[in-house]
Every structure is written in structure tokens, then in C-alpha cells.
Design a protein. Structure first.
Length: 282
């Protein structure tokens, strides 16, 4: 096995620095990358060192849901038979904690019924880097609207983690406040392009509506969202989000992704210069 002296020195510096102050993820990543390339196809020691370094990094997840796992969730989420009847966020929290490392999981057992519910969380837990919306009650459109408006006010990047309908899966969009089209911009464009015959059609609310989906679509949609999350949190100009100003639709029958592109709207009430967030007003 061949060792690279400089790689070992980099790792030692990370250890020493970490004992006194917080370490940037990029420093840890670079040190580990150099170390892994110095190994002669032996990954056991690399994996041990990787876990050792990452255990020092604080990672915080805030989970918000009041729902429990039901049998019809098993084909569209990372739940198993023995999870049925348990709180969804309890199950997810256990899976996160099983990864090891310094993981802080905050659990909020409530539904997001309005923007004020989101604002309450953003006010209480500061320094939130990213919000991912996976909520579909009462609808993906409604939850995306209330989460999107709150995140725009607090300048927090957010990902709309799509949805699915039988053989179709919606992917994105990713929204970077004041840099990309926001949810309101997209909604305005969709409304303007709606056929006249549809403008007076009202969507019926059905309490027990539960449209099925092809199971792999949930995994595909989740993979796109995770990919976007990694790109945003990396904060690297060479690794930018790919679902900004657009959203995609994956068709299971054809294995094709079709994209629809959107632009920032200069008259948008959320992201135009006329807009002033409520919490910044005197």
C-alpha cells in the first residue's frame, strides 16, 4: 500500500484544527479526497478516516409532519412493514441517527396549514440553509405556495420535491431567492398560458383522494431532489443546481424527461424590487 505524505499531513491538520474550532466541509472533503487518491486501491482505511472526520461536522435536520406511516406509503417512501402505525418523522429520524456522526434531528409534529406556520419555524431555528418541500396536503401547489413565500422572505433556497401521478413524476423546480424564478413567477406564467376553457374550471377537493403511482417514480423524484440539495449545500460555483428556472416530468412509459422552462417575472409580487418582506418592515 502506497501512502502520500502530503495527504496524511492534510488530514493531520484537519484533526488539529477541529479540536479548536469549526471545520468547513470543503476542507474536510479536500483532505479526504487527497487521502483516498493516495491509497493503492485499498478503501478500508479511507472509510474509517472518512467517518472519523465527518463525525466532527454538525448536521441538523428539521422534520415537520404529523402523519403516520400507512400501508399505501410503502411503495412511495423508505418505509417498511414494521414502520406501519409509527410517526413518519420518528422513523426518518431513526434512520438518520443510525448513520452515526454528529446529527441533530429536530422533530415537529404538526401540519403546515399556512405561511405563518412556516415563519414560526424559520424564526425559531435560525441559520437554515435549505428547505425541501415534500408535503402534499392539502396539495403540492398549496404547500409549495406557503413554503415558497416564507422562504422568499427569509432568503432561503428551497426545492419543490415534485409529486407523482400514475406513470408521471414531477421534478423540481429549485428556487434560489432573487436569483431564479420563484414559485409565484412560475405560477403566473402557468396561469397566463392556461387555455381559456380551463380558466373557470375549479379543482374539486376530495378528502380521501389517493392517486396511485408506479413505485420507482418516487425514488427517481427523490434522487433529483437530493442531487439539487447536494449542489446547493456545496456552495460551489462549479456545482450549481440544475433545476432552477425549470421543472421536469419523468414519464415511466417512455423513460424520457421533458422540461418546461420559466423566467423571472419583473412584475412578480414576491421577487420584484417592489417587494418588501413582512419581517423587515418597520
Amino acid at each position: 500500500m502506497t501512502w502520500h505524505a502530503n495527504a496524511e499531513v492534510d488530514l493531520q491538520k484537519v484533526r488539529i484544527t477541529n479540536s479548536n474550532q469549526s471545520i468547513e466541509l470543503e476542507e474536510i472533503h479536500n483532505a479526504l479526497s487527497n487521502f483516498s487518491r493516495s491509497e493503492d486501491k485499498v478503501n478500508i482505511i479511507y472509510e474509517e478516516r472518512r467517518r472519523e472526520m465527518l463525525e466532527s461536522v454538525e448536521r441538523r435536520f428539521i422534520l415537520c409532519d404529523s402523519d403516520i406511516v400507512e400501508r399505501d406509503n410503502l411503495n412511495r417512501a423508505l418505509f417498511f412493514e414494521n414502520d406501519v402505525g409509527k410517526s413518519k418523522i420518528d422513523v426518518v429520524a431513526d434512520k438518520l441517527n443510525s448513520l452515526g456522526g454528529n446529527i441533530d434531528v429536530i422533530k415537529i409534529y404538526s401540519m403546515l396549514e399556512g405561511k405563518s406556520d412556516v415563519v414560526r419555524i424559520l424564526d425559531k431555528y435560525v441559520n437554515i440553509d435549505l428547505v425541501i418541500n415534500c408535503a402534499d396536503y392539502p396539495s403540492v401547489d398549496k404547500t409549495s405556495e406557503i413554503i415558497g413565500e416564507a422562504c422568499m422572505e427569509y432568503n432561503i433556497p428551497h426545492v419543490i420535491s415534485g409529486g407523482y401521478n400514475l406513470h408521471l413524476s414531477l421534478i423540481g423546480p429549485t428556487i434560489i431567492p432573487n436569483k431564479t424564478a420563484c414559485y409565484k413567477c412560475i405560477d403566473m406564467e402557468l396561469t397566463s398560458k392556461m387555455p381559456d376553457d380551463f380558466k373557470f374550471v375549479k379543482k374539486l377537493y376530495r378528502k380521501n383522494r389517493n392517486i396511485g403511482n408506479v413505485a420507482p417514480l418516487a425514488g427517481i423524484s427523490a434522487s433529483f431532489s437530493i442531487n439539487e440539495a447536494v449542489r446547493i449545500l456545496s456552495d460551489n460555483n462549479k456545482l450549481t443546481p440544475q433545476m432552477t428556472n425549470k421543472r421536469g416530468e419523468f414519464n415511466f412509459l417512455t423513460s424520457q424527461v421533458s422540461y418546461t422552462h420559466y423566467e423571472k417575472n419583473k412584475n412578480c409580487s414576491w421577487c420584484s424590487n417592489k417587494y418588501m418582506p413582512e419581517h423587515t418592515k418597520a
